[in-house]
Ligand binder design. Structure first.
Ligand code: ADP
Ligand code: MG
Length: 687
């Protein structure tokens, strides 16, 4: 059989099972053997019946000692019978599966895996996994470490396990090893064949770890190598626009309300370099919260417009879009540049006019939410696409906007601090600029983690800040409908409480994700004009919002947020000249939680916070795993496998240094595989 054969070719797979497998994303035999277990159960141990613990899954080796009987209970059919070993006996029952009667034979030996329960005054095992043991001396082939697979309803572990085992036997000889022999030796990896065996049916933990390491290494290796090849492709093929830099730039810079920091200037030089070059810019601008990314976007837009092109800036929330729009419009208009705003709440009539004006170049810059990517938005002279806070956008969305122009320059702004090992993978194709300096005069935010007993003191402190003319954010976690709301501070209820019980004389507003965008904008605008002094909100304000007069942020149930998110939230204050404060409230006694909140007290450096969070919490949580837009990993974990990733990066570099085009015979297999991958859409989408 071939790896590319359909699963329907496999014995035991009919239409029904086939459909279920396809639901799991398994179409071919290759998919099947790459359907890795999600966990393992160690079933090597066999426990005598008398020694079994109740309600714990375990293996027992028993002989059937009563003829299986069918009974009816209500409209349910039961099959039950008694089994014994040398130490004791129990009942076994199956529900709704009359055929089980024929699967167990008096006097024969079976290995059962299940939980023993106390039921109706006797011991019983319900619906165990079972296996007939013809030769008890060969128990080792039955009682073993057992893989548990991701599955859908109604496709039992037993069936899927059996299919995978069968499939492995059929196709393992077909499996080619993509990794060159030299690398396998150098990194002490096991063969691909051995790795596949070991990941599905490990003999012991060492066997598993070796198998996993090999597969993780290969997955990261192929990804990294493909990205490098793509990047090389980009650099040579994607000729873009070579912009001229306007003589008005000086006057424009002088008109800004502040002078750029050294870091902003450096990043601007890097961007200008890209713009002048005939290649398309593809640059990530990374800068901690408050480092001043917006102005970088604005200057870049100014440059392309003055060179006769149009520019688009996309941001993830309407609140943020409106804020950018106002800032950009304010500084562009004196230079005769028209700026348009497109969001979900733009009316049909406004939209018609706006789209017409963009089409005829009367409007040169458009700022919007993902409404920008709709098909009817035509930007004929699109020369620069900027997305803000990119981790909120799918890669596809970004591409769709880019495709409105003819190879426009692309710039992505993010505040997400990316640990070094990851940057190469995540943004392997992009050039990276880092704004590593905050605007002058900023005082570090003072952060305190406290428990809720401190509320009265915090409230008094907030009152004082407001009397001094400042403003305050209060953050409650998002309330999901399914959740018990009692233990959480619901935004609306909490606001009501604050209004009536705590701050009766202070104007308070609230904001949450379920409000209409228009309403949200209005509330943000009022807060920005300081008409309201306290804004109670869910994390909808997390990204980008800029109200420099706000100096205190109180975060309730702080344990519920990731550190990167807390850092983003905290970044809403400390944006002006006044000393700012962040108060994290949590009653959690959990040790890790306490440590995490302590990091927030000790550091205001996004990098330090991100790396510590990674260490403490491990994968996924730090930026939602899906947000980076890479092809989904089958086995590697970009966070916990950072060490292997480091090895892989060194390995790939060495390889390409020796054989940049993978032309050597020993790298033949590798080249073929990489070329196949480069044609896969998923990889392109990752960029
Ligand atoms: P972020 O990088 O978080 O998007 P913003 O672009 O919103 O940051 O800038 C944060 C605040 O700092 C804004 O009020 C902005 O006007 C101000 N700012 C940006 N650059 C400078 C600078 N060079 N000097 C003084 N203030 C600046
Ligand atoms: Mg921003």
């Amino acid at each position: 059989m071939l790896l590319s054969d359909s699963i329907n070719e496999l014995k035991g797979v009919g239409d029904k099972v086939g459909d279920k497998l396809r639901k799991l994303g398994i179409y071919t035999l290759k998919d099947m053997i790459e359907h890795y277990p999600r966990e393992y159960e160690d079933r090597r141990q066999i426990t005598p019946l008398a020694a079994c613990e109740l309600d714990e899954p375990q293996n027992v080796l028993v002989t059937v000692c009563s003829k299986p009987q069918i009974a009816k209970k209500g409209n349910k059919i039961l099959v039950s019978f008694r089994v014994k070993d040398e130490t004791s006996s129990i009942m076994v029952t199956f529900f709704g599966q009359a055929y089980m009667r024929n699967n167990f034979v008096m006097g024969e030996k079976y290995l059962l895996y299940g939980k023993i329960k106390h039921k109706y005054g006797q011991l019983e095992m319900d619906s165990p996994e079972y296996q007939k043991v013809a030769d008890p001396s060969k128990l080792g082939t039955v009682a073993k470490i057992t893989p548990i697979y991701p599955t859908t309803q109604k496709l039992s572990q037993k069936v899927i396990r059996g299919l995978i085992e069968h499939c492995l036997n059929e196709v393992l000889p077909e499996v080619k090893d993509h990794l060159p022999e030299r690398i396998i030796k150098q990194y002490h990896l096991v063969s691909k064949e051995e790795a596949l065996r070991g990941i599905h049916f490990p003999k012991d933990s060492e066997h598993f770890f070796e198998a996993r390491k090999r597969l993780v290494f290969e997955e990261l290796f192929m990804l990294q190598l493909s990205l490098y090849q793509l990047k090389a492709d980009f650099a040579t093929k994607l000729m873009g626009i070579a912009h001229d830099v306007t003589s008005e730039l000086k006057a424009f810079m002088a008109s800004l309300p502040f002078e750029l920091t050294g870091a902003q200037k450096r990043v601007m030089r890097e961007i200008v370099g890209d713009m002048k070059s005939p290649y398309a810019m593809n640059r990530l601008v990374q800068g901690d919260v408050g480092s001043g990314k917006t102005v970088i976007a604005a200057i870049s837009l100014f440059l392309v417009v003055k060179d006769g092109f149009q520019g688009a800036l996309m941001a993830p929330t309407e609140v943020l879009v409106v804020q950018h729009y106002e800032f950009i419009k304010g500084i562009m208009e004196p230079f005769g540049i028209q700026v348009g705003l497109l969001t979900g709440s733009t009316t049909a009539k406004q939209k018609r006019e706006l789209l017409a004006a963009i089409k005829t170049n009367e409007i040169q810059i458009v700022v919007g939410t993902h409404a920008l990517i709709e098909d009817n938005v035509e930007i004929p002279n699109l020369g620069l696409v900027i997305t803000d806070e990119q981790h909120r956008f799918g890669v596809r969305q970004r591409l769709k906007l880019t495709e409105k122009g003819h190879l426009p320059d692309v710039m992505v702004m993010t505040a997400t601090p990316i640990p070094r090992t990851l940057a190469l993978i995540l943004y392997g194709d992009m050039d990276i600029s880092i704004i590593d300096e905050l605007p002058p005069g900023r005082q570090p935010i003072r952060t305190n983690a406290v428990d809720s007993a401190y509320h009265p003191r915090i409230y008094r402190f907030i009152e004082k800040q407001i009397e001094a003319g400042r403003q305050c954010y209060i953050i409650c976690p998002m309330v999901e409908e399914s959740e018990k709301t009692s233990e959480l501070k619901n935004v609306i209820e909490y606001t009501e409480y604050l209004k009536t019980q705590v701050f009766p004389h202070i104007p308070i507003a609230y904001l949450h994700g379920k409000m209409k965008p228009k309403e949200k904008n209005e509330i943000m605008a009022q807060f920005a004009r300081a008409e309201t002094k306290i804004l109670v909100s869910t994390t909808v304000i997390e990204v980008g919002v800029n109200v420099p007069n706000a100096t205190i942020i109180l975060i309730e149930n702080a344990e519920r947020f990731g550190l990167a998110q807390l850092h983003q939230l905290r970044g809403r204050v400390g944006r002006g000249k006044h000393q700012s404060y962040c108060v994290l409230v949590s009653d959690s006694k959990n040790k890790v939680t306490k440590k995490r909140l302590k990091i927030m007290e000790e550091s205001t450096d996004g990098f330090v916070i991100a790396e510590t969070d990674l260490k403490l919490r491990g994968p996924g949580e730090f930026f939602g795993t899906k947000q980076h837009g890479l092809p989904e990993m089958k086995i590697a974990n970009l966070y916990t496998d950072a060490k292997v990733l480091g090895e892989v990066q060194g390995c790939v570099k060495n390889l390409l240094a020796i054989d940049p085009n993978l032309g050597e015979t020993q790298n033949n297999q590798l080249l073929q595989e990489i070329q196949a991958r480069l044609n896969e859409q998923s990889l392109h989408n990752a960029l």
